[in-house]
Design a protein. Structure first.
Length: 211
């Protein structure tokens, strides 16, 4: 009996016969990701404990201001300055206090709450952050968001509750100066993409918007 294949019939029908009937493309799954804290978060040379305990993270978003220009009978709009919006990273607090210690050191690094002093320059306390999308098989990322010039804008240490089994969580709201969207070094389980390469504004970049 001949094999009957129907999975290529799923999806939206397209007018282009060259790509019609190819089925549904595998989506990126939300739970396949990794977050790396770079650049001495909390003054530490590494922050593996944070990466291992991340519960959730937001990917960057950008807002562009509009410039209203008035004319004779109407008005037009131009693009103004842009703002990279803050992102939230939720981290499980571990029993050895590794996460709480690192977060506390970063808070203290930004402002010394005992001495009531602050660093002379932003580079003395800022760090970088990588949000990587993974394919579930390899350690290499398929996509990377690289956030530069980060600092903690808000820290919520969570609450305690007798009626729940959930872990303690620490939520970090992170403000950053600039973000780069890069293609990862892993091409989905080693399979080369058959699609045409995306237009690039820099080596391996999806976008490159300056601060």
């Amino acid at each position: 009996m001949a094999t009957i294949t129907t999975k290529n019939k799923f999806g939206v029908p397209l007018e282009d016969s060259a790509v019609s009937g190819t089925g549904i493309i595998m989506p990126k799954l939300k739970y396949r990701f990794r977050v790396n804290f770079i650049g001495s978060f909390g003054g530490a040379s590494r922050s593996v404990e944070l990466t291992q305990n991340v519960q959730s993270v937001q990917r960057p978003s950008i807002t562009v201001d509009e410039v209203e220009v008035h004319s004779y009978n109407s008005k037009v709009y131009l693009q103004g300055k842009h703002t990279w919006n803050t992102i939230d990273v939720t981290i499980r607090d571990d029993i050895q206090n590794s996460v709480a210690k690192l977060v506390g050191k970063q808070v203290q690094r930004q402002v010394n709450h005992y001495q009531q002093t602050a660093p002379a320059a932003a580079n003395d306390f800022k760090f970088d952050l990588q949000v990587e999308v993974l394919d579930g098989i390899n350690t290499g990322s398929t996509e990377t968001w690289y956030c530069e010039g980060c600092f903690l804008q808000n820290v919520q240490y969570g609450d305690s509750d007798y009626s729940t089994n959930e872990p303690q969580l620490i939520t970090l709201t992170i403000r950053f100066d600039n973000a780069l969207h890069l293609a990862g070094e892993n091409d989905v389980n080693g399979r080369a993409s058959t699609e045409a390469p995306m237009p690039e504004t820099g080596p391996g970049l999806f976008n490159n918007i300056s601060a």
